[in-house]
Design a protein around this ligand. Structure first.
Ligand code: HEM
Ligand code: FES
Length: 779
């Protein structure tokens, strides 16, 4: 595009001579949109992701003359920056984005204001040395211990309004509860909450806002008082060194290792952490309630299925996070997204924009509580500075949602205009008015509702909890021993669209699940699967056959697609064995619609046991070859695969025997020609008797963890607070893939091709391990 800048090493620019527009510090002209960008204008204030859509699409890295910053808007570029905190120093994270006026400066000096490095804006190696000393308060066990306190605080606030019928939830509790939780967590004695809230607002405006000259002085007064107050509280705490809380941990470390946890750090942190720990969470909760309540059907779904609350909270953090932009400064000249940023260039990463990047999130503007990679969002940052308190913030949001969905499921959002504190980084409505009819409160009829709480484990949401309820609209035999099942949304809406190769995980009463491919037709807004009764199986298909009837509800996860059809080839060979026809028929439908050339080979015991024969003959008669064994027909793989063809892709599903024969029979085909779907991982993925423990170095997080013989790498990463998405957790889906920098891998998945394995540069963390003593991962 016209605005894409390629620079030579000297910082020159192809458009230089012609340009009349303002220049960026790298010598390139600034595009009209970049010149007009102002984060204090209403588009960004109202919806930062939307305000940067043009940038994501056309100019993902640009210089903003009004701000004096390089703005970065795409997911991958932001993550690259977060990954490398030597090239991209966080030292300016808490710098005043609008320089103080002389008068404001004088005010701050009068208060001896000396906010300096904390954790979030500290460089290496000091930062990690300090962070490692202070991690203990964030272990899952340590955080779990705070859950009853959070619950009690939320419940008290809710009790106070539950009979009222109308409230501004921000004023009633979204500020005060996270603030109180933060103070408890830190061990800070509860003080004047209103005053602390005013201090926080002043700090936010001072750091991330653009106060007018008159406001500057007022803001500086607030910040100066906050600084003094923090010093006094710290002093009080230092005088009573036996208290409990994270601030006391710091005070203790300051005594033991004053060069690591320094005096100035203590005072700066005391002020910064009060804001970091409560304002972020307060705003995130307000955003989440606003988003969910403005979609009554989604809210109703959460009320009916509270298991989804952790996933919904995470999706809200992605869709409408409370931290929308974060800063770094380039310590050397560096290229980001094709643009040269000079040494000293200040960078504003608009994480809210990255969270809406279609290159990473499908339908990014939709709030989809079933999304399974929401946890990849950038709202907590990423890498070695990633939010230490994320699991406390998540816990608070979940408890708020759990209490409200249970006690006030009939809650409604009032018509209102939302206002936001004008600043670049912290975002959430200043008020959130809701109403409900107290006569409808479930606890009036059943007092037990008030205390029937549900708890969620600490950490990222678990993939297995992302479950949708669907109603069986039809359940009829499709062939001998094969039950065809159509599923619809219980509320009558269209179910989400899916692509050929997708499957559903049907959740059994035991909590286990079974995968069934969607067989289509794909356009109808309902979902169809076909289930073979396997007497010798583990019992899932017997349960489906014995239980599933029209009208009942099922719990399913997905659709997910680990068997995607590459639509770019010239020719296709589709091969199905028995019930393996289910994904293959959907692929045939799709290829026909695309007008592609394909053959469909379908083998089975007998015509009467083979599902969809009639439909296949009707829709795909010319492409179809049937091989019913009892009629003596036999699929001759050797001759089918004899001639490799670079323009042909093979897709196959069926018994493991067939797939193994295909893998062997295509050894002379180009790498990547054959695509198969495995439905089960063979054998035990983890056999503690025969495993060895190994060490894993996490390069981005600057951590070293030990994977015990009886734990998976994925479990170990999670316990260390590193969020990795996962889905199948048996090596079948590829969602837990991690980049490997060093070390020999013991691959145990079914996802990677032989060439990908040989590359030794990635692994599936749910099942694969180290061959030797150590791996280094890009995490
Ligand atoms: C750092 C967001 C809650 C403590 C951060 C960063 C972000 C963030 C964006 C910078 C990350 C980076 O540079 O990569 C949030 C959000 C929260 C939240 C959205 C709530 C929804 C909390 C809570 C606590 C906390 C409750 C405290 C208990 C910290 C600390 C850091 C941090 C200590 C600095 C970590 C370091 O630099 O090593 N947070 N935060 N945060 N947060 Fe949070
Ligand atoms: Fe599916 Fe690891 S979670 S391969």
């Amino acid at each position: 595009s016209a605005t894409q800048r390629t620079t030579n090493g000297a910082g020159g620019c192809p458009f230089h001579a012609a340009a009349e527009s303002p220049m960026a510090p790298n010598g390139c002209p600034v595009s009209a949109q970049a010149a007009a960008f102002d984060p204090f204008d209403s588009p960004y204030q109202l919806d930062p992701a939307e305000a940067l859509r043009w940038s994501r699409e056309q100019e993902p890295v640009f210089y903003s003359p009004r701000l004096g910053y390089w703005v970065v808007s795409r997911y991958a570029d932001i993550k690259t920056i977060f990954r490398d905190n030597l090239t991209f120093s966080p030292s300016i994270a808490l710098e005043k984005i609008t320089p103080a006026s002389r008068e404001a400066q004088a005010v701050l000096e009068r208060y001896d204001y000396g906010m300096n490095r904390t954790l979030v804006n500290e460089d290496e190696p000091a930062h990690m040395a300090r962070r490692r000393e202070l991690l203990e308060a964030f272990t899952p066990e340590a955080l779990e211990a705070h859950a009853p306190m959070v619950r009690r605080l939320v419940r008290e606030k809710l009790d106070a309004i539950v009979e009222r019928g109308r409230a501004d939830l921000v004023a009633e509790m979204f500020w005060e509860v996270p603030l109180t939780v933060a103070l408890h967590f830190l061990g800070v004695p509860e003080e004047d909450m209103e005053q602390l809230r005013r201090f926080s607002v002043a700090h936010t405006l001072n750091t991330w806002g653009r106060p007018s000259p008159e406001q500057q002085v007022e803001v500086a007064e607030g910040v100066g008082k906050f600084w003094q107050y923090s010093g006094q509280v710290l002093k009080k705490m230092q005088d009573q060194p036996h208290g409990h809380g994270w601030m006391y941990d710091m005070i203790e470390k300051n005594r033991q290792k004053p060069d690591v946890v320094t005096d100035n750090y203590l005072h700066s942190m005391m002020m910064a952490i009060i804001v970091a720990a409560h304002e972020t969470t307060a705003l995130a909760t307000a955003n989440a309630f606003r988003q969910l309540l403005s979609r009554p059907a989604v809210w109703a779904e959460l009320c009916a299925n509270p298991e989804l609350i952790p996933a919904a909270a995470e999706e809200c953090l992605r869709h409408s996070g409370s931290v929308v932009a974060w800063r770094r400064i380039a310590t050397r000249e560096v290229e980001v997204g094709g643009v040269t940023i000079p040494e000293g260039g200040k960078i504003l990463m608009v994480t809210a924009s990255g969270n809406h990047d279609p290159a990473h999130f499908e339908n990014p503007d939709e709030l989809d509580i079933y999304r399974d990679n929401a946890v990849d969002h950038l709202t907590f940052g990423y890498g070695s500075h990633q939010c230490m308190g994320k699991n406390l913030g998540r816990m608070e949001m979940r408890i708020f949602l759990e209490e409200f969905t249970r006690r006030l499921p009939h809650l409604e959002l009032e018509e209102q205009e939302f206002t936001f504190l004008p600043n670049t980084s912290f975002r959430g409505p200043e008020a959130l008015w809701v109403r409900w009819d107290p006569a409808q409160n479930p606890e009036r009829r059943d007092p037990a509702v008030r205390s029937a709480q549900r708890d969620f484990p600490v950490g990222a949401p678990e993939a297995r909890t992302i479950v949708r309820r669907v109603r069986v609209a039809r359940a009829e035999p499709e062939a001998e021993g094969v039950l065809g099942v159509s599923l619809v949304d219980p509320a009558g809406r269209a179910l989400p669209a899916w692509t050929p190769g997708s499957h559903l995980d049907v959740v059994l009463p035991s909590g286990e699940s079974r995968k069934y491919s969607l067989c289509g037709p794909a356009t109808s807004g309902d979902w169809q699967v076909a289930v073979l009764r396997e007497e010798a199986g583990r019992g899932g298909s017997r349960w489906v056959h014995d239980t599933v009837r029209e009208g009942i509800e099922l719990r399913v996860r997905g659709p997910k697609n680990h068997f995607r059809l590459d639509e770019t080839a010239d020719r296709y060979v589709l091969i199905a064995g028995g019930i393996g026809i289910t994904p293959i028929i959907a692929m045939a439908d799709r290829l026909k619609r695309l007008g592609k050339s394909f053959e469909l080979h379908y083998a089975g015991r007998s015509r009467s046991s083979m599902a969809f024969v009639e439909r296949l003959e009707r829709d795909h008669g010319e492409a179809l070859r049937l091989y019913p064994k009892n009629e003596g027909a036999r699929l001759d793989l050797a001759s089918l695969l004899a001639e490799p063809d670079a323009g042909t892709l093979l897709y196959a599903c069926g018994p493991e025997r067939l797939l193994a024969a295909l893998e062997a029979g295509t050894a002379h085909w180009p790498e990547g020609s054959l695509h198969v779907e495995h439905f089960t991982a063979e054998g035990a993925l983890l056999d503690p008797q025969n495993e060895h423990a190994f060490e894993v170095e996490l390069a981005d997080s600057e951590l070293v963890v030990e994977v015990a013989a009886d734990r998976t790498l994925l479990q170990t990463l999670r316990a260390a607070g590193v969020d990795v998405p996962s889905d199948c957790e048996e090596g079948l889906c590829g969602s837990c893939q991690v980049e490997v920098i060093e070390g020999e891998i013991d691959h145990r998945d079914k996802v990677l091709t032989a060439a990908e394995r040989a590359g030794q540069d990635r692994l599936m963390s749910c099942c694969s391990r180290a061959k030797g003593k150590k791996l280094v991962l890009a995490l």
